[in-house]
Design a protein around this ligand. Structure first.
Ligand code: FA5
Length: 345
């Protein structure tokens, strides 16, 4: 019996030392120290021993149990420590690794220019108005003093959807719609940015879809000098305080008189270069005093009210401001082009 107990101790301790994980160790504990284990089995034979031998054997059995328990406990500490070390090694974070760059988007250069212009005019008391891109012939042309068959309709080649509906060719229909809403009562002071469409052939300065920004002011005693002063503030804020402006006579059916505004070339400061085609001036926008017919058609008394309007191409403004040499860059979504503008944010 004594030998058998010693054998069991050696066998158990050997298994304990070979155990590779906590589960295996627990299985050994249950197998050797459990109620149905071999030690219990051996002790069942104690009844056959003499009264003298019995306590000795009992003490030995306890010692064997203690030895195995100690062996298991020591191994358990060892395995738990190894488990922690393995976990730490697997979850190591190298804080010296460089971070992964987070790519953020940025506003499109056109959005930026339009917002800048909006902010400038909002600061001067204007509100932002909007109108539909699919427009009635009436608002796009007729209400702007361009009746059907008027030769000046050819100035803006149009995409017609039906005989009376087209993609708007300019943002001026928003003027007509806004005036109509005011039911003959001034003042009106709006700016309207939006997409417009023309059957123009795409080239470096023309696109079949582009953005315009329209301005309209109607009140009593609005004069040409108000228009000039407003455009001067706009030109200096957008292109630098040293910019000069000049107004040249022009023609638009919805304004009388009509003008075109040029700014002194910011590249050569008026000396003459490629950008200004050696003239020293760059054309920026069309404008004029609202034609009395347009006022009357929208329900305004043209004897009481006068007004001015202007309209500009946002791409052309952005091209001048950022030195972009081809309007198509705004629409071809080359991320190298688009990203250049993030540094301005
Ligand atoms: C007009 O569209 C008038 N509605 C502007 C206006 C409003 C005048 C109020 C008077 C009073 P125009 O056709 O010139 O005018 O166009 C205005 C601007 O749009 C041009 O100066 C130019 O900057 C831009 N533009 C015209 N066609 C194109 C095009 N195909 N691609 C890009 N920009 C264009």
């Amino acid at each position: 019996m004594q030998e058998r107990l010693k054998e069991l101790q050696a066998e158990a301790l050997e298994k304990v030392s070979a155990a590779i994980d906590l589960k295996e160790l627990n299985d050994i504990r249950v197998a050797y120290l459990g109620k149905k284990g071999p030690i219990t089995e051996v002790l069942k034979g104690m009844g056959k021993l003499s009264a003298e031998e019995r306590p000795k054997m009992g003490a030995l059995a306890n010692e064997v149990r203690d030895q195995i328990t100690q062996g298991i406990t020591a191994k358990q500490v060892q395995l738990e420590e190894a488990q922690i070390q393995a976990k730490l090694a697997a979850e190591t974070i190298d804080v010296t690794l460089p971070g992964r760059p987070v790519h953020t988007g940025n506003h499109h250069s056109l959005t930026r220019v339009v917002e800048e212009i909006e902010d400038l005019f909002i600061g001067m008391g204007y509100t932002v108005a909007e109108g539909p891109e699919v427009e009635k012939d009436y608002y796009n042309f007729e209400a702007l003093n361009l009746p059907k068959g008027h030769p000046a309709r050819d100035m803006q080649d149009s995409f017609y959807i039906t005989e009376d509906i087209l993609l708007r060719t300019h943002t001026s229909p928003v003027q007509a719609r806004t005036m109509e809403k005011h039911e003959g009562k001034g003042p009106v002071k709006i700016i309207c940015p939006g997409k417009v469409f023309r059957r123009d052939n795409d080239d470096a300065t023309h696109s079949h879809q582009f953005m315009q920004i329209e301005g309209l002011v109607i009140d009593e005693n609005i004069r040409m000098t108000d228009l000039k002063g407003t455009l001067e503030v706009f030109a200096k804020k957008m292109f630098g305080e040293e910019r000069e402006i000049r107004l040249r006579p022009s023609f638009f059916p919805f304004t009388e008189p009509s003008v075109e505004m040029d700014i002194s070339c910011m590249i050569c400061s008026g000396k003459g270069c490629n950008v200004c085609k050696t003239t020293g001036w760059i054309e920026i926008l069309g404008a004029g005093m609202v034609h009395p017919n347009v006022l009357e058609m929208a329900g305004f008394d043209s004897k009481k009210y006068t007004g001015f309007a202007f309209g500009m191409g946002a791409e052309r403004i952005a091209m001048l401001k950022y030195g972009v040499d081809d309007i198509r860059h705004f629409y071809t979504n080359d991320s190298r082009f688009l990203k250049q503008f993030s540094i301005h944010e």
